[in-house]
Write a protein that binds this ligand. Structure first.
Ligand code: LLP
Length: 447
């Protein structure tokens, strides 16, 4: 599943001891395993090999440019949804032909930047966007490829906030409207409307929603072909699950088992946009216990990571396994909440942020913890750092990439200066920092 394992009672990332990483780089700290990224990517590629698809790693799941470089070196392209993500992909050395750009509200500037970069495919999400896009393409007089994102009205049976393939969500155009849009824009040169894009939600732990949406998509493409459109592309998006508990998501082979037969032999170029399935288990967060306190029946373990480092529990009630890095006799056999050890105490693992939703784990049986103990929060390679914030003026944490016994700082911890840098404007703000006067200047001793 990944390369975060306990050896002699202590957690390691590949061949590197997690407690040594925390000592060297401080906490909270994102730690990534390069081998896990590689394995997950290769497993996906092997499962779908028959279709020879283009894999476009979804940058929104894990955006560090050094990690994108690793994925690029494995042959991955990138799914981007903003000018910033496009910038990251290009700086990672991506082949622009392997970049796809989705998003319900691309700005003119973002479209322009993507035109200039000559990306491979624009995934267009509304007729209004298509009109603007065609106009821009005409002004540039350069051929450009696009696909229409179609909303297949399929329930992916995932969290409401990450459901995208149902009619009532803002994504793509209704299936029934799609053919009409193709017809109305039959002559949209120099834009080549080459096919469709689907992305129904994330994570999607059932296979049926993929089957239904792809069947609907293929039916639409066949109809378009019958109507004389030269369509040859289907981007089936992402949404493939990750093992937050172990065994909770279908494997790459399971997804391929449903998707490949639907697409083989159709003369279609296939694109996949996995994010979480590659990145989630490739990262953990290391965090130190600041305090432990009892409040009525509740025991709070207050740690130095918070919703600012991992928003998923607060936003979706998401489950992340949390366990001490130095576990001694209590090496967890699985990543599920029930642990077969005596003497565990039920705790809420919470951060220092001023919100009651600032928790990383709730009602979890954990070994006795003390100030200074180190915890690992698993499954934090995807949608963790990318959703991090500076709320409460917290500094975004550092990121470290481990490869065997080698470690590399791939993002430094932010500093107080980073907090104010964008606010240093000509208007004279912020006021220069003056340290508080020393005690004797204040004319007295310590109060
Ligand atoms: N393609 C498109 C167009 C997407 O919108 C997404 C994710 C993906 C691909 C990648 O999906 P994945 O393979 O990673 O499931 N913040 C949420 C997840 C939001 C996903 C948004 N779109 C979370 O933490 O669970």
């Amino acid at each position: 599943m990944d390369y975060f394992e306990y050896h002699d009672g202590k957690l390691r990332c590949e061949e590197t001891a997690a407690d040594e990483l925390a000592a060297r780089y401080g906490t909270p700290l994102y730690v990534y395993s390069q081998q896990t990224f590689t394995d997950h990517f290769q497993r996906m590629r092997a499962a779908f090999a028959e279709l020879n698809p283009l894999f476009c790693f979804s940058i929104k799941s894990c955006q560090n440019v050094h990690i994108c470089r690793v994925l690029h070196s494995l042959g991955s392209g990138f799914d981007v949804v903003s000018g910033g993500e496009l910038y990251r992909a290009l700086r990672a050395g991506a082949d622009p032909a392997k970049i796809v750009f989705a998003g319900v509200g691309k700005t003119d500037r973002e479209l322009r930047e993507a035109f200039e970069a000559r990306i491979g495919l624009f995934n267009i999400e509304s007729e209004s966007e298509l009109e603007v896009f065609v106009e821009m393409a005409r002004a540039r007089q350069a051929p450009v490829d696009a696909a229409l994102r179609v909303n297949p009205d399929v329930d992916p049976r995932t969290h409401k906030y990450t459901t995208t393939g149902k009619k009532e969500t803002k994504f793509g155009v209704d299936l029934e409207q799609a053919a009409g849009i193709f017809r109305r824009h039959a002559d949209c040169r120099p834009v080549r409307l080459r096919g469709i894009h689907l992305h129904i939600g994330s994570p999607v732990h059932e296979l049926e929603p993929y089957r239904t949406s792809i069947e609907r998509g293929v039916e639409l493409l066949e109809q378009l072909r019958r109507d004389g459109f030269e369509v040859d592309t289907i981007d089936v998006g992402g949404g493939y699950g990750a093992h937050y508990r172990g065994g909770d998501a279908p494997t790459a082979a399971d997804y391929a088992g449903v998707i490949v037969p639907l697409l083989r032999g159709r003369g279609l170029r296939v694109i996949l946009e996995p994010g979480r399935s590659i990145a989630a288990n490739a990262g953990i967060i290391l965090t130190r216990v600041l305090h432990v306190k009892q409040s009525g029946r509740k025991r709070f373990v207050i740690v130095d990571a918070a919703m600012t480092e991992l928003l998923r529990p607060a936003l979706y009630g998401a489950y992340h396994f949390v366990w001490p890095v130095v576990a001694g006799e209590c090496v967890p056999p699985t990543r599920v909440p029930e642990q077969p050890f005596d003497g565990l105490v039920e705790c809420d693992v919470v951060g220092p942020v001023c919100e009651s939703s600032d928790f990383l784990a709730q009602a979890r049986p954990l070994p006795t913890l003390r100030r200074g103990d180190l915890l690992a929060v698993f499954g934090a390679g995807a949608y963790a750092m990318t959703m991090a914030s500076q709320y409460n003026s917290r500094l975004r944490a550092a990121e470290v990439l481990v490869h065997g016994a080698a470690t590399r700082l791939i993002r430094r911890r932010e500093t107080y200066a980073d907090l104010l840098a964008p606010e240093e404007l000509e208007s004279g703000c912020p006021v220069p920092f003056r340290p508080p006067p020393a005690a004797d200047e204040r004319g007295g001793g310590r109060t």
